[in-house]
Design a protein around this ligand. Structure first.
Ligand code: NAD
Length: 462
């Protein structure tokens, strides 16, 4: 254990006891300080995101920085009401009492984040941790090293490490941190590492929020508006070069719609990402590392060998880690690309003859983080009732995560717990039950010696 990590953890444990008493105004002041810090360093943040993932400025602003401003502003506006104890009713068993739920800070929290939205996925949970009155240690991803270094520098230079600290490093640093008895662990990343995080948390019975991944299907049905669907899917799939946890992973659509859909998707890719017939890299991100690039290349080659057809794209440029938007058709359910989360700009399309059969295939697989459906409202409701997923957008993709009134999270292998807005505040809070006994204490009626008459009366009541 590095002595620095141990020292800061202990300092945060001591500080967290004082932070329990922090007022809404004090927490808001800290959120405003965070917002000003981001505002003052926006250009550097965009630069770092461009270095790590070649994020176009517009995309970086919208999906990373402005998203976090939205979370901060929402917390500033609602914190007083979130922190207010919620009165609840009494029942017969607690007659004569007053009852409330108090949102108590969990204490010292650990936030581990991935590389794909390296700014948003580190800072948005921090907003919730601050709002809930927690201390926090942050561990950003080593793969998005420019953004991680910048964020750790900004945090270390501007916040007291006994309240907020940041440690750069790889899995070994994460493991060191995970060996400590945190009050809450907020992990965003792969399902595989999520299991290790839960195992480490179990040693101390630390509570966890796990924001994981999975294969998020898009189900297109007979009554879908195909052109709109194609446009939205192209946007959601190829944003950040497909490296989005809730990106459409694969498409299911009626067999008779496939040809038209492929044509529309091609047109939209050309419209969004091409100039004079060539990919315009100023509008399109790159793959994070050579390892991920090779994985995606291998996955595509194997799937093609297994009988899939390349309908569009297929260019893999290793010199700048660019993979052209790529469409695969005639993809079999048991092909390589259908066995793991793609997390890159390759879109497999599978046709179906009957919606029930398509739903059966979806349900035979791990519960996804998102499930999208393009349909009329009755069919959409049928799909929602017959499936399970972290979240769903009907006739759209991704944007359910932009509404802070909705909880964001997975289910089972795609995660547990949720974040954003009040749900993020709740993740870092303990909902403590508080009961005040009144002057007339009916509870005495159940103390020995036992009153069997009372039992008879209760029996009638139930
Ligand atoms: P990653 O490799 O950067 O790992 C995430 C974090 O875990 C990093 O900070 C890393 O240092 C740490 N880590 C890696 N191995 C570890 C280990 N053995 N023990 C402890 N910590 C370890 O990112 P990733 O996991 O490749 O991220 C991609 C995945 O994240 C995808 O599956 C994606 O769907 C998912 N994701 C989910 C969300 C969400 O909100 N649910 C958001 C973004 C990404």
């Amino acid at each position: 254990m590095s002595s620095q990590i141990q020292k800061i953890f202990e300092a945060q444990q001591a500080r967290s006891i004082q932070l329990r008493l922090s007022t809404a105004e004090e927490r808001k002041a800290k959120l405003l300080k965070l917002k000003s810090l981001i505002q003052a360093n926006e250009d550097e943040i965009y630069q770092a995101l461009a270095t790590d993932l070649r994020k176009p400025l517009f995309e970086a602003a919208l999906t990373e920085v402005y998203f976090v401003y939205g979370e901060i502003d929402f917390a500033l506006k609602n914190l007083n009401s979130w922190m207010k104890p919620k009165k609840v009713k009494a029942t017969l068993a607690s007659l004569s009492t007053r009852n409330k739920i108090v949102y108590e800070p969990k204490g010292v929290s650990l936030i581990i984040s991935p590389w794909n939205y390296p700014f948003q996925l580190l800072i948005s949970p921090l907003v919730s941790a601050i709002a809930a009155g927690n201390c926090a240690i942050l561990k950003p991803s080593e793969l998005s090293s420019a953004t991680s270094a910048l964020l750790c520098k900004l945090i270390s230079n501007n916040f007291d490490p006994s309240e907020i600290a940041c440690f750069e490093g790889d899995a070994s640093v994460a493991q060191e941190l995970l060996s400590l008895p945190f009050d809450h662990i907020f992990y965003t990343g792969s399902t595989q590492v999520g299991k290790l995080v839960m195992e480490a948390a179990a040693k101390h019975l630390s509570s966890v929020t796990l924001e994981l991944g999975g294969k998020s299907p898009v189900i297109i049905t007979e009554k879908a508006q195909l052109e709109k669907a194609a446009e939205k899917i192209v946007w959601g799939k190829f944003l950040n070069a497909g490296q989005t946890c809730i990106a459409p992973d694969y498409i299911l659509l009626p067999e008779n719609m496939q040809e038209k859909f492929v044509q529309l998707v091609q047109q939209k890719i050309e419209k969004f990402y091409q100039q004079n017939g060539h990919l315009d890299k100023a509008l399109y991100g790159k793959i994070i590392s050579i390892k991920h690039f090779e994985r995606l290349k291998q996955l595509t080659e194997t799937t093609l060998k297994q009988g899939a057809q390349l309908s569009f794209g297929g260019n893999f440029e290793v010199n700048d880690l660019t993979i052209e938007p790529t469409l695969l058709t005639e993809v079999a359910w048991d092909s390589a690309i259908m066995q793991e989360e793609i997390f890159g700009p390759i879109l497999p399309i599978i046709s179906y003859q009957n919606l029930d059969e398509a739903l059966r295939q979806v349900n035979a697989r791990p519960k996804p983080l998102a499930l999208y459906v393009f349909a009329d409202s009755d069919t959409a409701d049928k799909v929602i009732r017959h499936t399970s997923a972290g979240g769903t957008a009907v006739n759209d993709v991704l944007i359910h995560m932009s509404n802070p009134h909705l909880p964001f999270g997975g289910i089972g292998p795609s995660g547990s717990g949720s974040c954003h807005g009040f749900y993020g505040f709740k993740a870092f809070s303990h909902e403590r039950s508080v009961l005040y006994q009144g002057a007339i204490d009916f509870n005495q009626m159940v103390y020995p010696p036992f009153n069997m008459g009372l039992l008879k009366w209760l029996k009638k009541l139930f």
